[in-house]
Design a protein around this ligand. Sequence first.
Ligand SMILES: *Cc1c(COP(=O)(O)O)cnc(C)c1O
Length: 291
Amino acid sequence: MITPRTTGIVGVHLWGRPCDIEGLTVLARQRGLALLFDASHAFGCSWKQRMIGSFGHAEVFSFHATKCLNTCEGGAIVTNDPELAGRCRLMKNFGFEGYDRVTRIGTNGKMNELSAAMGLTLMEDFTGIVEGNRQTYDCYNDGLAGLPSISLIRYDPAEAQNYHYVVLEIDESAAGISRDEVLTVLLCENVLARRYFYPGCHRMEPYKSLFPHAGLLLPVTERVAERVLVLPGGDAVSQEDIALICQVIRTCIEQAPDLRALLASSSESIRKMRCDIPVPPALAEHAYAGR
Ligand SMILES: *Cc1c(COP(=O)(O)O)cnc(C)c1O
């Protein structure tokens, strides 16, 4: 995909699992390209026992409210290059190099005090947050055991992880029910699961209009975008909630043909549909509402 106009590569450590850092580093060096990593998901994660944050020319963490460490809004650029760090500091502070002296074009990208206070407070118990995430993950893992048509994302136990995302892949041909149908059932049960990253950047503007046939070059993206489902996580989801959510998913697969017929028949029946599982109304409030 590298053309004469390409100036850099952005690798993404999706779900906190490091991307092919080695391969991209070699490629970027060979082709003289800048290498950045979108480390939005990867705070507290490691690659070959080295913490994410030290690779490429720079890595960028997100501290948005939906992320593992949250400052409400905000993030951090980290780099081992002092010159680049200096330029980033200038850029985020209007290009001010001192009082009354602007030396380059900048923007207002400063973190505000309240956000910083939020982040520092959560940092005090970051290991506790990760431990809670791990328990949530384990609980889903137990609850979904023995469903071969469903695979839960795996995290390498030999590396540091934040276990922030509970991600399923649903194999429609084996399950007899599609990801979208399972999602509809979950939403009917007030479980705020979500398709990520759907439908894929290339199907959104401006890329959709600029490159209408991009999907032809992205068969893996297209296939994965049809199969992935992210389940509610975070410390507001209790083990009881998780057991219920797993029971809903199990029911979807055990009763796939019936549910499929119901979903196809009418929106009215969708509204009436229940999986015979008592879902406390509070579950909807607790569930993680991603952006
Ligand atoms: C959340 C997220 C971003 C954006 O982070 P912001 O802090 O909202 O700018 C970028 N990439 C990925 C993969 C994300 O999940």
